[in-house]
Design a protein around this ligand. Structure first.
Ligand SMILES: [Zn+2]
Length: 124
């Protein structure tokens, strides 16, 4: 299944407290249709060390956001855009910007069949 949003994409938040902020996708949770974005939707957890040396105090961490609240930022457009899919002449499937028609390349090309642990199928 195709992923509209993938790890390492730059996204912009469309709604909520962090609306307008941009960040890099750290993790995709396809089952919940959520993404974790660096520096976005920061929560604080008050934690005591469960064993010596374990993290303690007030821990800040990015909480998952629903993919409907974020959109991929198209570089040429420099704004959040909707994403389509198309096939290239060699049969590979790519994402493209529905606004300017440019292909949105994956940040790191992955060989087919390679481990796609957590960002394989977050289809919007
Ligand atoms: Zn564009």
């Amino acid at each position: 299944m195709a992923a509209r949003i993938r790890k390492s994409d730059t996204i912009e938040v469309l709604s909520g407290r962090d609306r307008g902020k941009r960040g890099t996708v750290e993790r995709v949770i396809p089952r919940e249709r959520r993404v974790v974005v660096e520096g976005i939707n920061i929560r604080k957890r008050h934690t005591r060390a469960r064993r010596p040396g374990a993290p303690q105090g007030i821990i800040e961490f990015p909480a998952p956001l629903h993919i409907s609240n974020v959109a991929v930022v198209c570089e040429p457009c420099d704004r959040p855009v909707r994403v389509g899919f198309r096939f290239l002449a060699d049969g590979s499937k790519v994402r493209f910007c529905r606004r300017c028609d440019e292909v949105i390349a994956p940040v790191e090309a992955r060989p087919r069949g390679a481990a796609q642990s957590d960002d394989a199928e977050a289809e919007a």
